[in-house]
Design a protein around this ligand. Structure first.
Ligand SMILES: Nc1ncnc2c1ncn2[C@@H]1O[C@H](COP(=O)(O)OP(=O)(O)OP(=O)(O)O)[C@@H](O)[C@H]1O
Length: 231
């Protein structure tokens, strides 16, 4: 089966600063993978390149066999770590834009998700809290029938009780064979969801592995492994 993501020698610099330093990474479809690492280690940069929104890099990147571009973008659902929905938009507008823009968008699925939040589709983004915006953005991103979901810090703004609801939403009705690559600092919250992890440090991938294998090998949970690595 074609890898969901295949990266060879990926290097990205911002001026003299090296954000990604020769990243090699292959991820198979059908997994939920945590992208972990300290602040500034390159997670967002990596996700932006995979999403096709950052084009200036060296190395080879393939998403389901395609270099980042229109074909890969049609297969990738990207949730950035910033709020991108316009203030004036109502939730119903956002749902309509997604429907018009993405052929694989499931409007009924999105409506179910939004319904479950209980704040109605007339809500304007300017009146939504950070957490509410995050919920809407996750609902939109997860309502696509994508092959690869790239989620950058999806639950950082929501309260602990809402986190579980959103994590359920992320895994619920996931398209078969989809890869979910999710960056997070909330290792403990995401650990139950993850099949495997990619740990980064200073622009490099320093550890990859199956979560159960890592736990058995280190005799500790991901949080402890992460802290140990970054000590
Ligand atoms: N637009 C930019 N211009 C210059 N340097 C940048 C820019 N964006 C990121 N960087 C630098 O690139 C490196 C990687 O940043 P990136 O945002 O990818 O890290 P991150 O792992 O997502 O961090 P965090 O966990 O804090 O979100 C950092 O050193 C950062 O300062």
């Amino acid at each position: 089966m074609t890898p969901a993501i295949e990266i060879t020698g990926l290097t990205k610099t911002y001026g003299r600063s090296v954000a990604l330093d020769g990243v090699d990474l292959t991820l198979a479809p059908g997994h939920i993978v945590g992208l972990l690492g300290e602040n500034g280690c390159g997670k967002t940069t990596l996700l932006k390149i995979l999403a096709g929104v950052m084009q200036d890099y060296d190395g080879d990147v393939r998403i389901v066999g395609h270099a980042p571009g229109p074909e890969s973008k049609a297969r990738v659902s990207f949730l950035p770590d910033v709020s991108y929905l316009p203030d004036r938009a109502r939730i119903s507008d956002c749902v309509r834009w997604y429907r018009d823009f993405f052929a694989d968008f499931d409007e009924r699925k999105a409506a179910r998700f939004v319904d479950s939040f209980g704040f109605g589709t007339d809500l304007r983004m300017k009146d939504a809290s950070k957490g509410m915006r995050e919920k809407v953005q996750i609902a939109l991103a997860m309502s696509r029938d994508a092959s690869v979901f790239l989620l950058d810090e999806p639950i950082s703004g929501v309260d602990p009780a809402a986190r579980d609801v959103l994590l359920d939403l992320i895994v619920k009705d996931l398209p078969e064979h989809a890869l979910v690559l999710v960056s997070t600092h909330l290792v403990h919250d995401l650990e139950p969801l993850l099949d495997s992890v990619v740990m980064m440090r200073r622009g490099r991938v320093v550890l990859t592995g199956d979560v159960d294998d890592l736990r058995a090998e280190h005799g500790a949970g991901l949080d402890a492994i992460f802290k140990e690595m970054h000590r």
